[in-house]
Ligand binder design. Structure first.
Ligand code: UDP
Length: 311
């Protein structure tokens, strides 16, 4: 049993992580400023022994009383719509928030895990993306606020590891979906499912030939915990390598939901990566991890959740 601090604990991934940690008997202190997180994601955890929530912006100094065994830094706007609307907060939580979270881990002698992202690869010129690829990021483009914040966060994490001897882990999370995504977060899976369930047109950006590889949230969280428990520093890609075009995703969403919505096209956002697929050789060999939920099954589960949420 461990006492674990989760930043962004009321967010989509953070809340699933808190729940998985409690399920295995850990104590959890969730920190969140509720900028994109939502107390509704963790309401069901308040009654559980060992769960504490503190409303706090981790871009300012963090202090948690008592012993801490691990700090998992998951706080950040993560949907392109969110980080384009909140560019400064995104840069701050990736830089100052990472520094403060590392400082907490160092003060407590705790292990530190950074939630990094496939966005460190930018619009990749190497496919699929292996951890050894340095990426292709436009630092001054609109997505740069997220990509460069996470790249800084990785560099800061490795500096604490090398200079202070801090025990660290870096996970590069690829597109993840599942229950508790916000209805209006603007990401492709939530947009398409909500549009399909409401009988509205599915908005494919560009011609829909760009690809993504979608990981169901339970698989993603299991991978994160496998990395946390391992002695692998990383970075390690955790994502589902099954690659789909956005157009194929739209068609699958229509099929899974039984919706007769039409598909319409809207302009492609600036610097939208043309392709993305994780090479998960390292996760498979070093952690024994692989995803188990395929896209059809995961979409069906997520559609059920959106149906209930939308009432
Ligand atoms: N996308 C789309 N329609 C939408 C939302 C997103 O076609 O309503 C596309 C977007 O341009 C990108 C892909 O779907 O190519 C994934 O977008 P998302 O915002 O989910 O995450 P990203 O992988 O770009 O960070």
């Amino acid at each position: 049993m461990a006492r674990v601090v989760v930043t962004g604990g009321a967010g989509f991934l953070g809340s699933h992580l808190c729940e998985a940690l409690l399920d295995r008997g850990d104590e959890v202190v969730a920190l969140d400023n509720l900028l994109t997180g939502d107390v509704a994601n963790i309401e069901h955890l308040f009654a559980r022994p060992g769960f504490t929530f503190v409303r706090h912006d981790v871009s300012t100094f963090i202090w948690v009383p008592g012993p801490v065994d691990a700090v998992l830094h998951f706080a950040s706007p993560a949907s392109p719509r969110d980080y384009l609307e909140m560019p400064i907060q995104t840069l701050k939580v990736g830089s100052l928030g990472t520094h403060n979270s590392l400082g907490l881990a160092k003060a407590k002698g705790a292990r530190f895990l950074l939630a990094s992202t496939s966005e460190v690869y930018g619009d990749p010129q190497v496919h699929p993306q292996h951890e050894s690829y340095w990426g292709h990021v436009n630092p001054v483009g609109p997505r740069g606020v997220y990509d460069e914040a996470k790249r800084f966060a990785e560099a800061m994490t490795m500096a604490y590891h090398r200079y202070h001897g801090l025990d660290v882990r870096i996970v590069r999370i690829f597109n993840t979906y599942g229950p508790r995504m916000r209805v209006d977060d603007g990401r492709v899976v939530s947009n398409f499912l909500v549009q399909a369930l409401q009988g509205k047109p599915l908005t494919v950006y560009g011609d829909g030939s760009q690809t993504r590889s979608f990981c169901y949230v339970d698989d993603e969280i299991r991978g994160v915990l496998d990395l946390l428990d391992s002695d692998v520093t990383g970075p390690v890609n955790i994502g589902n390598p099954d690659e789909y075009t956005v157009r194929e995703l739209a068609e699958l969403v229509l099929e899974v939901t039984g919706s007769s919505s039409e598909i319409v096209h809207e302009p492609l956002p600036a610097d939208d990566p043309a392709q993305r697929r994780p090479d998960i050789t390292l996760a498979r060999t070093a952690l024994g991890w692989r995803p188990e939920v395929d896209l059809r099954e995961g979409l069906a589960r997520t559609a059920d959740w959106f149906r209930r949420t939308l009432g």
